[in-house]
Write a protein that binds this ligand. Sequence first.
Ligand code: F0G
Length: 351
Amino acid sequence: SHQWHGVIEEYRDRLPVGPGTPVVTLREGGTPLVPAQVLSERTGCEVHLKVEGANPTGSFKDRGMTMAISHAKEQGAKAVICASTGNTSASAAAYAVRAGMVCAVLVPQGKIALGKMGQALVHGASILQVDGNFDDCLTLARGLSEKYPVALVNSVNPSRIEGQKTAAFEIVDMLGDAPDVHVLPVGNAGNITAYWRGYTEYAADGIAARRPRMWGFQASGAAPIVRGEPVTDPRTIATAIRIGNPASWEFAERARDESGGLIDEVTDRQILAAYRLLASREGVFVEPASAASVAGLLKAAAEGKVDPGQRIVCTVTGNGLKDPDWAVAGAPQPVTVPVDADAAAERLGLA
Ligand code: F0G
C-alpha cells in the first residue's frame, strides 16, 4: 500500500533496531517539503520548507520519540521521563500511551505554550512544573533517571538523535541530493546534531554526492553557543528554544565547523517577522521558535552571506497551533455581522 509506515519501518536498515524491537509508532515522518516562493524570490535561491509541524503530535520530536520509546519498551521500561519546553513532553506523552507506559514530564513553570501543556495533559502524563528554566528541568530529569527506574527520553538519549536524522534522509530522497545549505533553529542542539548525522551517513554511502552547510540560529536572549558561554537566565518569546546550556553543544559546533556553516542569533523581533511572513505569504503556520530558521536565512541574506542560485532547506520545527497566542496578539478583532448578504458584502468590501 502507499501508506507511510513511520520512520523506523521506512528507514529500518539505517536505524539501530533489530527484528525483536517493538515498533511504537504514530506513523511519524514523511513530512512535506514545500517550495517557498516568497523566500525564494527574496533570496534569489531555491528555498524549501521542511514542515515538521505535520508530524502526529505537531513537531519533529516524534521522529526521535518513536525510537526512544521503542527502545525503552524493548528494554522493559515501565515509565519514561523528560525535561521539556513543551514539544518533547507532548510527543513523549503520546508515544508512552501507545507503548502502555507511564510518562512523567518536567517543564519550566509558566514558560510552555498552552497547546503543548494540553497535549501532555490529555495524554495522561504526570506533569511537574519546575521552579526554574529548561536547563534546571533537564538536570532534574537526569538525576531522577539515574536514581529511579525511569528511562530518560531527552535527546541526550542517543536513540532520539538516531530517529531525528531521518529528516535529512527524506530531504535527500526528495531532492536527489543534499541542499547547499540547511537552516534550522537551535535550542538544546539535538536536531542540528541529528540532521548532520543523517546527511553524513547518506554522503558516506554515496546516496548523496555532498553535504550541506549547516546554519543554526538561536534566539538572541538564549544564544549560549553564539556567546561562547552558558546563559543563566535565557529569555525569548520563542519558548521552545529558551535554553541556556544546550546538552548537544559540542555536537552542534562540530556540525557547524565540519560543514563550513555557522551558528548565529536572531532577535525576537526578527523571529516574529519571519513567523508572520511564513503565515501570511507562504501559507505555512509555524510556532515562533520554528520561524528562527527563516529569520536566520533572511538575516544572512541581508548580510550578503547567501549566494544566489543555491538550494536551501529551512526546517520549520513545530505547528503554529501549539502556541496560537502569537497569531491572535495584535491582530484586528473580527467584525460581527447580521445574517444578511448585503451587510456581509459591505464589510468585506465586495459591495
Ligand atoms: N523548534 C521547536 C519547535 C522545538 O520544540 C525545539 C526544541 C527546537 C526547535 C530546538 O531543537 O533542542 O534539538 O535544538 N524543543 C525541546 C522540547 C527542547 O523540550 O520540546 P533542539
